[in-house]
Design a protein around this ligand. Structure first.
Ligand SMILES: Nc1nc2c(ncn2[C@@H]2O[C@H](COP(=O)(O)OP(=O)(O)OP(=O)(O)O)[C@@H](O)[C@H]2O)c(=O)[nH]1
Length: 317
């Protein structure tokens, strides 16, 4: 029986950051990871693979809806390859859900698929909650409520950025009175605590609950972007859209140094510092940015970027 843990948490809560950390621990490197992302262009597997040679499978679309059967098929296919020796003999599977996933139908699928249930053991659900945005997200988004409700362990992320963690813990308790809660910066927590066996829910609603009007917008660019234009654009978007900008992430070629990408992240009003990678993780060296918004006009981000870029180029002569 291969243990399976589900790592969930709303958009930008820090799931990939945590998994990179966990996979960097020699005792946990022998994990297979299945990543599910919302948006047309998958980026997380690039970011995970950039840190470690791990076994990462990726699916786009909503894991709790469209690709639910893909998940069970992926688990069984991995197991077949493990038996055949074409993939390493991984000791466990970690599933990173998209931030917009309701974990209930995912758990339901894992528990009710006969082939999966006969070969895998659902170990635990780990829910990450952003210490800064968590309370607002919990109040506004049904996915976040279900993620909290179904957690065996709750990890408060980004405690270094402030936020009222006592109030957040109280709000979480209303959804989940039992799950132990810890806070950690950049995923620095013992994996053994995080992934300790939990209790399976007795009843699971197989239908997903979702926020209204959430849509992904993708920008792909051949030409590198000046650093100043990128920074101004992200700030303008975060200010203009605020809480409607649920998530922005991307790999970007900067005009100043297009040979290695920067990773960009924004979550609601918060624009995270740019992070340089040593090299492009794959053959595709175009800039790729994914935005997930609620009611953001589809063409606004691209038009805003073009306008800011023109300004910056003009100003630079
Ligand atoms: N300051 C601070 N930043 C953090 C911490 N954990 C994660 N971040 C940052 O938060 C941003 C989002 O982190 P990710 O790990 O990509 O979040 P995610 O949950 O995988 O995002 P999605 O897959 O898009 O839902 C990145 O800029 C991280 O560097 C933390 O503890 N402190």
């Amino acid at each position: 029986m291969i243990p399976v843990s589900v790592v969930t948490g709303f958009l930008g809560a820090g799931k990939t950051t945590l998994l990179r950390r966990v996979l960097g621990d020699p005792a946990w490197a022998n994990s297979a990871v299945i990543v599910n992302e919302f948006g047309e262009v998958p980026l997380d597997h690039e970011l995970l693979a950039a840190s470690e040679e791990v076994l990462v499978n990726v699916s786009t679309g909503c894991l709790c809806c469209v690709v639910r059967s893909d998940l069970t098929a992926t688990l069984m296919e991995l197991l077949r390859q493990r038996a055949a020796g074409t993939v390493p003999p991984y000791a466990r599977v970690l599933i990173e859900t998209s931030g917009l996933a309701d974990p209930a139908p995912i758990l339901h699928a894992l528990m009710t698929d006969e082939a999966v249930a006969a070969t895998h053991r659902l170990q635990s659900v780990v829910t990450l909650v952003d210490a800064l945005h968590g309370a607002g997200t919990l109040a506004r988004h049904p996915e976040a409520q279900r993620q909290a409700m179904l957690a065996d362990r709750i990890l408060l992320t980004k405690p270094d950025l402030g936020g009222d963690t006592a109030a957040l813990e109280a709000a979480l308790r209303a959804h989940n009175p039992a799950a132990p809660v810890r806070a950690a910066v950049q995923g620095a927590v013992e994996p053994a605590w995080l992934f300790a066996a939990g209790t399976l829910p007795e009843f699971l609603d197989a239908s997903a609950r979702h926020s209204e009007g959430v849509a992904g917008i993708t920008l792909e660019r051949e030409a590198p972007i000046p650093a100043l234009a990128l920074t101004l654009w992200m700030q303008a978007l975060a200010e203009h859209a605020g809480a409607r900008l649920l998530r922005l992430k991307g790999l970007v070629a900067l005009a100043e140094d297009p040979g290695r990408p920067v990773v960009v992240h924004a979550i609601q009003h918060m624009v995270h510092p740019l992070e340089w990678l040593e090299a492009w993780p794959g053959a595709d060296t175009r800039s790729r940015i994914v935005l997930i918004g609620q009611g953001i006009p589809r063409h606004l981000p691209a038009r805003l970027l073009a306008a800011i870029e023109a300004e910056v180029r003009d100003a630079g002569g």
